[in-house]
Design a protein around this ligand. Structure first.
Ligand SMILES: [Zn+2]
Length: 113
């Protein structure tokens, strides 16, 4: 389950931020998750609960904000919405879509004390 390593990465990132910005506790975290990032939100939520125990994020609330997938169709020369990494272009049906957005996960906002 790669959500476990993602969750560990998030906690490490929070610990790094805590050192850099001098805070002790994380109360709420907003995660921006692209539709094409291949992240199972329910699994990630569970993993975060497990790995945040006894860390600065123990008891923190995690919010998940989904970002739509975006691609650029080489055949149409247009920006199109896609819902999976290897989706065909919704306009022309060709598989010449390059992913341009919605393929990453990042921490978008933090509430700390
Ligand atoms: Zn197209």
């Amino acid at each position: 389950m790669h959500e476990m390593s993602l969750a560990e990465g998030i906690i490490q990132l929070l610990e790094g931020q805590a050192k850099a910005q001098d805070f002790q506790r994380v109360k709420q975290v907003w995660l921006s998750i692209g539709e094409l990032a291949g992240v199972e939100v329910e699994a990630l939520d569970f993993c975060l609960e497990v790995v945040s125990r006894d860390t600065l994020a123990d008891g923190a609330r995690f919010h998940f904000v989904r970002q739509p997938g975006e691609g650029w169709c080489l055949a149409c020369s247009q920006q199109v919405a896609i819902h999976a990494r290897f989706d065909a272009c919704p306009l022309c049906g060709k598989h010449q879509v390059q992913v341009t957005g919605g393929d990453e996960m990042r921490v978008s906002e933090l509430e700390v004390e």
